[in-house]
Ligand binder design. Structure first.
Ligand code: AMP
Length: 152
């Protein structure tokens, strides 16, 4: 296994037990020990990198294939096609384990979960204010320029 040693790399290496759901050549899916609701699963690449952007295109591709494969299993078990899928991509966003992991949470009516928008409870709720298209266009333009500078 490449990269730093993290809690999740110890799980991947079998040094710490986990409740495995599925695995592929370069990823492992296991149940979160503090589930937000039943079926809350983490899909983790073998490579121990803090940020998604540090993974190679192949690792990213295989990881997302792992997400979809694991979704299929959870869909069949929990009888739902709907999921909340989230990544804390770095500590400021809430990442506790510095090793990329995708939270895969099956959703069903009335399960008590909220949406991503609930992460910013003080921001105006969509539909309650007019979109600020001037500011949005200025930012989008600056971001496209940045993309060109970055070689995109
Ligand atoms: P994050 O806040 O995105 O870094 O999420 C880390 C997640 O890892 C939390 O939801 C924890 O409940 C979960 N977790 C921590 N230790 C383990 C473990 N040994 N096995 C499974 N999940 C774990």
């Amino acid at each position: 296994m490449a990269g730093e040693t993290t809690l999740f790399s110890k799980i991947i290496d079998g040094e710490i037990p986990c409740c495995e759901v599925a695995k592929g050549a370069s990823w492992l899916a296991f149940l979160d020990i503090n589930p937000r609701r039943p079926g809350h699963t983490l899909v983790v690449p073998h490579e121990a990198k803090m940020h998604l952007a540090e993974l190679s295109p192949r690792q990213l591709s295989e990881l997302w294939q792992g997400v979809v494969e694991t979704q299929g299993i959870l869909s069949s078990h929990f009888k739902t096609d709907d999921f909340s899928i989230g990544i804390h991509d770095g500590p400021i966003s809430g990442q506790e384990v510095p090793h990329v992991h995708i939270h895969l949470i099956p959703r069903s009516q009335g399960d008590g979960g909220l949406s991503l928008l609930a992460c910013w409870p003080d921001a105006p709720h969509p539909g309650t204010t007019e979109p600020d298209f001037i500011a949005l266009n200025e930012l989008a333009s600056a971001l496209r320029e940045m993309g060109e500078e970055n070689g995109g």
